[in-house]
Write a protein of this length. Sequence first.
Length: 277
Amino acid sequence: MRTLNQRIRTVFLVFVFFCAFFLFGIPSSAADLPRLVDQADLLTDSEESALSDRLDEISERHQFDVVVVTVDSLEGETAVVYADDFYDYNGYGFGDERDGILLLISMEERDWCISTTGYGITAFTDAGQAYISERFVTDLSVGDYAAAFTNFAVLCDAFITQADTGEPYDIDHLPQEPFDLVWNLAVALIIAFVISLIVTGIMRGQLKTVHSQSEADNYIKQGSMHLTRKNDLYLYRHVDRRKKAENNSSTRSGNPGGSQTHKSSSGTTHGGSSGKF
């Protein structure tokens, strides 16, 4: 029964797509499509307007679709299938590769899913998606949907910008939290200062009976040393040889990074990730 329902839904989506094609033509870009689809009605009117404007601005500036979709139920589908099909059959994506990313939220199943396409597979690696999801799932869990979607949009902007440099964020190259950097630096400076005070105090305590001398000879007991000859004699030779680490990205901690991909029902290649909130 579930397989039959999936087929019926896929046929319906295809039918809707072709109806739109014959009636209106395929949009020249995703600019004609809403990048915020709040079917579950999670946002207020003002929140919806602000988020929609932000998604449009980011998408148009990068020529890369950033889409947020909320639904009441997945209607028997998995979150991955639903997200991929929603993206494909609604015509999202820029260029021949359909560049973009979509975040799906389903309230009944408490599922979230990220679907990437085209350049999105490069810009949003598996490690990058994990980093992003960690920063919006908490807000989803407490019902702060506006904050969750805004964080998602802001991070998408940053990740696309980074990918455009030729070095997308990945497992060994993720954004540094500004607060963490400042906090770690402050803690390190405080610890170093305390240690220096302790060491200085100990040394001063041990040198209470010692007075500085103006001449170096004053530190040598008269008649105690006669230096007549000086030689450097090396008794042993010790050489450490270490194997040079291989520069092989496929063996980094057992994780090659990048993005795992799959095919959707339309035959389009997608990356992505999913989870619960």
